[in-house]
Design a protein around this ligand. Structure first.
Ligand code: KG4
Ligand code: ZN
Length: 356
């Protein structure tokens, strides 16, 4: 084949991912090692542990992606690797590995911005032209941006404190949801979504964050505090120990999920109106791309569908495996950059990781 081939490598947080893509975005081979279970046991990511696990797995993950693709390193056109943002210790493993790899095989290196890669993944699956609006919601991120080009993003809003994944994970932990048999292997967000299905979201009422703020930023710390206070109050009423509440966890989960969804929907609505007022989106088939781990939540998706339908936007959400961290999205960003000749470095250039 004469198509150019890109190896993508991701280690910015707790997933070690690699993939080989051709120029059209066909996935020739991929491999992913998730550290989720380890971090679930320790109640959060310990950066040194994440780093250790990345360094134990990166060699094998990259080998696997290459073997599955049937591509020899000599056939690659470039190697693309996440260099920011993320955990410094985690990023450094992928970057060090990649710098050694590109020198050894004499290949160009393409440094990748993790958020830009998330934002552009939808273009691998659908023919979405620039510009489009993107909402990224995960354990590490919360942002609204207009994607105007491969390396041109207009940031409209970001979280002033925590991410939506953070609050769902922390509330789940505070309620000890992993002790519920049906939630034992689920992430906090998945556990909240499952329990909320049989909960009454009206039983507890939390205030939607930033009701008086006229921008597109997010805040979740205050909501987390509201929920924690409510849990404490219930525990006190029932005279039980912290983390042993059973009576109304479904209702708390439902109300928390509802308030997170409402906040995300309201900020996104503002962003859409701002874009429309300023001609930032195309008149014909304007699109909102929704991505990140939290985007797999059906209740949150529904809330955003209501917003896109009333404002005339198409809502596109990649399948869950492309919404969460993986090597494919990094390789795809490499493909997009290679096509436009943007940000491609010779093998011998020193690249330093940038946590921010
Ligand atoms: O994108 P991701 O896998 O990793 C990063 O944070 O980069 O996202 C993980 C986050 C976690 O906070 C997890 O609780 C949340 O996504 N999550 C969900 C759901 N599935 C995963 N949140 C709400 N509903 C879900 N179904
Ligand atoms: Zn991510």
């Amino acid at each position: 084949s004469c198509s150019r081939l890109v190896l993508g490598i991701e280690t910015s947080c707790d997933d070690t991912g690699a993939a080989v893509l051709d120029e059209k975005g066909a996935i020739l081979g991929e491999s992913l090692h998730s550290q989720k279970e380890v971090h679930l046991r320790t109640g959060g990511i310990i950066p040194t542990v994440a780093q250790q696990l990345h360094s134990e797995n990166i060699e094998r993950v990259v080998q696997e992606a290459l073997e599955r693709s049937g591509v020899d390193p000599s056939q690659l056109s470039a190697v693309a690797t996440t260099v920011k943002p993320g955990l410094a210790l985690s990023l450094s493993i992928g970057l060090k590995f990649s710098q050694r790899f590109v020198r050894q095989h004499n290949k160009p290196f393409i440094p990748i911005h993790h958020m830009e890669a998330h934002a552009l993944t939808a273009r691998m699956l659908h023919p979405i032209a620039f510009p489009f609006l993107v909402l990224l919601i995960s354990g590490g991120h919360s942002l609204l941006a207009v994607a105007r080009g491969v390396d041109d993003f207009l940031l409209l809003g970001y979280s002033l404190d925590e991410s939506p994944g953070d609050i769902l994970d922390k509330v789940a932990r505070r309620l000890s949801l992993t002790k519920h048999p049906q939630c034992s292997t689920l992430s906090g967000g998945q556990a909240i979504e499952l329990l909320a299905k049989s909960g009454d979201r009206m039983r507890f009422r939390f205030t939607t964050p930033m009701g008086q703020t006229h921008d597109c930023c997010f805040s979740f710390a205050g909501l987390r505090n509201q929920v924690t206070m409510m849990i404490k109050k219930k525990e006190a009423e029932e005279g039980i120990e912290q983390g042993t509440l059973l009576s109304c966890v479904n209702d708390i989960a439902a109300a928390t999920q509802h308030t997170v969804a409402t906040h995300l929907a309201k900020r996104t609505h503002r962003a859409i109106l701002f874009c429309q007022a300023n001609g930032l989106l195309p008149a014909s088939s304007p699109t909102l791309v929704l991505s990140g781990g939290v985007a797999s939540n059906q209740y949150i998706r529904k809330a955003l569908t209501v917003i896109t339908e009333t404002t005339g936007l198409h809502l596109l959400c990649p399948p869950a495996k492309f919404c969460t961290d993986n090597g494919v999205m990094i390789a795809w960003n490499g493909v997009e950059r290679l096509r436009e000749g943007k940000g491609i470095l010779p093998p011998n250039v020193d690249v330093f990781y940038e946590p921010k």
